[in-house]
Each structure stands twice: as structure tokens, then as C-alpha cells.
Write a protein of this length. Structure first.
Length: 345
């Protein structure tokens, strides 16, 4: 491939004349914006230890009252994007949020979509669109774009959850904003019961729901059971994986990011092919070695790591007597909608 002309090769007065007219020559930057063969991601393989961050999150609980934080969060930032830009990848934001007993994170809604993956503690709830969703370890709760949500805590121990948002994408589009609201009126639903059985959906007088987000809570107990049933039903299946979907349409649960749960059988090594979207891995149960290019991380329970796109990932269950369970978030729905999704062998 031939080298292209550099900016320094051009007369300084010519470059200045261009700039005065808000013009820029393309050829000095062409290879950077269209690199050969594959992108050059800013997203770096990055690991966040829960054991290491937990004391700092608890200290935030002492240092900053909820009224001064609104959402008490430590952001899991990828150094490749610059820590202050608060991105795990180009489209994903990750945060560990702490709610102390008796605290309340007031009602608001915003354009970015969020999900909560509960990490520890009992007794907290997220009220989404009036449905008071209980929060237990491993539960996935959606707070999709535009829906009112607030968090409360009736238990006696701190509650922590992992927030996954498409904030970097929505912010990049200059479409990110929030609106504060009144405390919501609570309806009977708790986010999951209407869709609690696979293969069956509510149809009052033969009518399907047209709600964009009919199911708001995906209890871990059900997801875990689904994975175990899948493994028992199809013993030859290598990747025992499920996707969190909209039960009315079968499409991904949210528009921009995808969410999945994976069961690694005792001692299993699973090689995931290189795919265009970046991925996040969070360990719900067990112990897993993750290899991303030249980086290797060992995930203990509640640890999280991030892999750039176009990169193969290998997961190995360190336990030889029990399965391990991994929650995965990625940018697949976005890549597919934009027509840039790729899988490479
Ligand atoms: Fe929010």
C-alpha cells in the first residue's frame, strides 16, 4: 500500500487558507479513518475486580449522600477511550451503583437505554413505568429509553448493581438528555409475571401487546433454569447461551445493546469467534478465565471485563465440578441495524 501525502508536506499557508474556510484535506487522514483490513479500536481489553472496587464504592456511600449524587455510581471506564469519557466501549457505558438501606434514587427518564444486573444485596427495587421490580442477584431489569424509573431500598444491607447503558452512543448522536419527575404511582405488575412462562404470551380477547418493552424484569432464577434445561436437553450443544428478548417479538430486549447469559459446563473451554461488536463479560457464578488477544483475566464472581470488537475471545470454566454462569452485554443490535455486523473465523 502506497504512503499518502502528509499534512507536513503541504505549505503552511495553504493549510491555513483551507482552515480559514472550514476545509480540511482528506488524504493525510484517510488511512486513520479507513484503516486496512480491520478497525483500530480505542477499546482495550480491560478488567475490573469487584473485590478491589467494592471498598471504594462503599466509601462513596460515606462520602456522598444520595441527595448529592442522585445516582451513586463508580463508572467502569476503559482507559483506551480516556477515563473521563466514561466509556467501556464505543457504545457501552458500565457503572457500579450503590444504594444504601432506606435510600431512594428519585424518578427520572432519559433517552439512553439502561439495564441493571444485580450484583449483591436484597430488598432493593426499581420501579419502571409504575411496575415495582424486586432486585436479587443476577436479575436483569430494563429501564428502556423514555420510561420513568426510580430505585428504592427496604432491606438492611447495601445493594449494588451493574448498570449497562448505550449512553456513549446516544451522547455521540447528541440525543442524550433526562427529565426529572414525581414519584411514580405503583401498579400491580412487578415486571415479569405476565411473561413468566416460555412460549406463552398474554392475549386478552386475542390481542397481542404492542408495548415496545412488555417485560421489564428477567429473574436470574428463571434464566439459570433455562440454561440448565438447555444443557440437559441438548447435551451436544457447545455454547449453552440464551438471549434476553422482547417476548412479543423475539427481537433483542433493547434497540442498541444486546444482553445474553452463558453457561460454561464444568471445565469447558469455549472459543467465541471475532465479531465486529465490542463485548462485556460479567461473572454471575463460578470462576472463568477470559483470554482476549494478548490479555488474560481471571474473573471471580461479580468481576467484569471488556473486549474490543473484531477480536476472538476464549472463555474457560476454572471449575471442574460445577458450571459457571456469565452475563454478556454487546453492541450486536446496533451493528446489525447499521448493517456493519461481521463475524470472522
Ligand atoms: Fe436513569
Amino acid at each position: 500500500m502506497n504512503d499518502l501525502g502528509r499534512l507536513e508536506d503541504l505549505p503552511a499557508d495553504y493549510v491555513q487558507d483551507l482552515r480559514n474556510l472550514n476545509l480540511v484535506p482528506l488524504w493525510p487522514s484517510l488511512r486513520a479513518v479507513l484503516p486496512p483490513g480491520k478497525p483500530r479500536p480505542n477499546t482495550q481489553p480491560t478488567f475490573w475486580s469487584y473485590q478491589a472496587l467494592r471498598p471504594l464504592l462503599m466509601r462513596a456511600g460515606e462520602l456522598t449522600p444520595i441527595e448529592k449524587a442522585e445516582r451513586r455510581v463508580l463508572v467502569l471506564a476503559n482507559p483506551g477511550h480516556g477515563l473521563d469519557n466514561m466509556k467501556a466501549s464505543a457504545a457501552m457505558y458500565l457503572g457500579m451503583q450503590l444504594l444504601m438501606p432506606g435510600e431512594w434514587a428519585p424518578s427520572h427518564r432519559h433517552t439512553p437505554n439502561a439495564v441493571r444486573m444485580v450484583v449483591e444485596g436484597e430488598g432493593a427495587y426499581t420501579t419502571v413505568d409504575g411496575e415495582k421490580c424486586p432486585m436479587s442477584r443476577g436479575d436483569l431489569i430494563l429501564t428502556p429509553t423514555g420510561l420513568w424509573h426510580e430505585h428504592g431500598h427496604d432491606g438492611s444491607e447495601p445493594v449494588v448493581w451493574l448498570d449497562v447503558l448505550d449512553l456513549p452512543m446516544v451522547y455521540y448522536m447528541e440525543a442524550s438528555y433526562h427529565i426529572n419527575g414525581q414519584r411514580q404511582t405503583v401498579k400491580p405488575g412487578q415486571g415479569d409475571r405476565a411473561y413468566a412462562r416460555g412460549g406463552i404470551v398474554p392475549t386478552p380477547v386475542f390481542t397481542r401487546s404492542a408495548q415496545a418493552y412488555p417485560m421489564l424484569r428477567y429473574p436470574w432464577a428463571e434464566t439459570r433454569r433455562a440454561l440448565e434445561s438447555l444443557a440437559a436437553d441438548q447435551p451436544a450443544l457447545e455454547a449453552v447461551q440464551v438471549t434476553y428478548v422482547n417476548p412479543e417479538t423475539g427481537a433483542d430486549a433493547q434497540n442498541i445493546l444486546g444482553f445474553y447469559a452463558l453457561m460454561l459446563k464444568p471445565g469447558q473451554t469455549l472459543r467465541l469467534p471475532a465479531r465486529s461488536p465490542a463485548s462485556v463479560f460479567h461473572l454471575i457464578e463460578g470462576g472463568v478465565d477470559v483470554t482476549i488477544d494478548a490479555s488474560a483475566f481471571t474473573l471471580a464472581e461479580a468481576d467484569t471485563c471488556c473486549a474490543p470488537g473484531y477480536t476472538p475471545v476464549t472463555l474457560r470454566n476454572r471449575l471442574t465440578d460445577k458450571p459457571s454462569f456469565v452475563f454478556i452485554a454487546d453492541e450486536t443490535p446496533l451493528h446489525k441495524k447499521l448493517g456493519v455486523f461481521e463475524m470472522r473465523e
